[in-house]
Design a protein around this ligand. Structure first.
Ligand code: ATP
Length: 477
């Protein structure tokens, strides 16, 4: 990190500018102060930029949010810290989309402000190094009590002394990049860079130059020489995400680099030697791609030295409450609000959902809850509407058995006896009510749905003292 990095402070309040300026200067940083957003924007437009920008929201003239919009247009990678009072949070959240961004709630602690600036600086240098790691530059911890995740941790531990190639398998959003980063951090090359590259996100024609760099004039648009990701990752780790999407010609080149440890820049004639550890990841079945002739078998064997499988979130439901608490705490911190707390039923509900987007979907849900839920305690009804709809459409969901188990556990712990006397009628009542709902109240059809005879159903309804009318005309019977 550059010790004399430059920080711009934009605030109409002189005392805040003064406090921040003194604290940052003491920490060895250079500062430039502005008492309004317009003059900061003017300098940005003159192609001047700081390493980090701190801005208040409410100021005479343009607001901090307008400043943020200009930053995003002119210097999208520039980290911004918004100083904000709670009342401005909504608008700040609205402008959150994209851009590196942190909040500093008013009133703030000076040390906290300096720490935040330091983090933002680490982020901006990481950006320059080309890492695609999201958020500010702290590699988050990996959460996982589930046996399948413990297996992943053991693998990270076992591999911590090696530089071996690893292939990570797992659906989108299961945490492949997080695990790759952890493998790097706990490896002999942890001081080198971790460079992440998603094959699915790069246009095919740019892939080779992205990986291997290019010489000046190698193709139209290559005005300058450019180092590729392999060179950037020299001494460190190159994480190739969605490797199954790599085009055939790039596969051939990659294979050669892995075999020879050297390559040529696009348009270059001098071989470049690098020392790079490869971690590859995919959500696809690479063996099947090999079978189908879409992935080189020899490359597959090169990559498939050690394989780590990351389970879907649905395969480790027990981790959902801990993950949710973690994400709720993080979102609350990002937004400078009190963390939301899930009611036990809400936790149970979340545990039962299918989560096709895996941990990423849960993370986004927690952000949504933090912004949208009205109270501090989160009820099932406070969840995003699409999750409420989804649950009703999940016939294979068998989580009621877990809820029943919990209930039985609780009752027995409380010393309740003859449990079935309460449980069986309750169970039958639920079944009958639901079947009647589906048969629009017609008992004959409801009996069919339940697999009972019509008379059994009528008897049960009576025994259970259920107050349900039969919509059928029974006169014919
Ligand atoms: N076990 C975990 N503990 C904490 N956070 C997690 C965990 N797994 C995933 N995350 C978070 O979920 C998000 C998605 O994870 P990540 O990007 O690593 O998934 P991925 O499998 O690489 O996804 P994709 O294949 O779509 O790129 C990230 O913000 C990550 O920090």
């Amino acid at each position: 990190m550059n010790p004399s990095a430059n920080v711009w402070i934009v605030d109409d309040d002189r005392s805040i500018r003064w406090v921040l300026e003194k604290a940052l200067q003491q920490d060895g940083l250079q500062t430039v102060c502005f008492d309004n957003a317009d003059s900061a924007v003017a300098r940005l437009r003159r192609q001047q930029r700081p390493d980090v920008l701190i801005s208040d929201i409410r100021m005479p003239g343009s607001s901090g949010l307008e400043l943020l919009a200009s930053v995003r247009e002119l210097h999208p990678g520039l980290p911004v810290i918004i100083i904000t009072a709670h009342s401005d949070l909504d608008s700040a959240v609205a402008s959150y989309q994209g851009g590196a961004f942190e909040y500093l709630p008013k009133p703030f602690d000076v040390d906290e402000a300096v720490a935040l600036v330091r983090r933002a600086l680490a982020h901006s240098s990481e950006q320059e190094a080309g890492s695609t790691g999201g958020g500010l530059a702290h590699t988050p911890e990996i959460i996982g009590e589930a046996p399948a995740m413990q297996e992943v941790f053991r693998a990270i531990g076992r591999l911590s002394h090696s530089n071996i190639t690893v292939l990570i398998n797992g659906e989108s959003g299961t945490g492949k990049e997080l695990v790759a980063h952890a493998l790097h951090r706990h490896s002999p090359r942890s001081r080198g860079s971790f460079i992440a590259l998603n094959m699915a996100a790069i246009p095919r024609e740019l892939m080779e130059s992205e990986l291997f760099g290019h010489e000046k004039g190698a193709f139209t648009g290559a005005a300058l020489q450019r180092r590729g990701r392999f060179e950037q990752a020299d001494g460190g780790t190159l994480f190739l995400d969605e490797i199954g999407d790599m085009p055939a010609e790039t596969q051939t080149r990659l294979l050669r680099v892995l075999a020879d440890g050297e390559f040529y820049r696009v348009g270059g004639h001098a071989p470049i030697k690098v020392d790079v550890r490869i971690i590859a990841a995919t959500h696809q079945d690479l063996e099947a791609l090999v079978q189908a002739g879409k992935f080189r078998e020899d490359l597959f064997h090169r990559l498939n030295v050690i394989r780590i499988h990351i389970p879907t979130l649905a395969e480790r439901r027990e981790d959902i409450p801990t993950l949710a608490r973690h994400f709720l705490a993080r979102a609350a911190k990002e937004l400078a609000v009190e963390p939301k707390v899930l009611r036990p039923q809400t936790e149970e509900y979340l545990k039962a959902l299918p989560w096709p987007g895996n941990v990423r979907q849960l993370e986004n849900t927690c952000r949504w809850i933090t912004v949208m839920a009205s109270g501090r305690e989160v009820l099932v009804d406070d969840l995003p509407p699409e999750l409420l709809a989804q649950h009703q459409g999940t016939p294979s969901d068998s989580n009621w058995e877990q809820s029943l188990r919990n209930w039985a556990d609780q009752q027995l712990t409380r010393g309740v006896r003859n449990l079935l006397d309460e449980a069986v009628p309750a169970f039958e009542r639920v079944m009958i009510e639901t079947a009647l709902k589906h048969s629009a109240g017609r008992r004959r059809d409801a009996a069919l749905l339940l697999g009972w005879g019509r008379n059994t159903l009528t008897r049960k309804i009576k025994e259970l003292g259920m107050n349900v009318a039969d919509t059928e005309d029974d006169s014919g019977e």
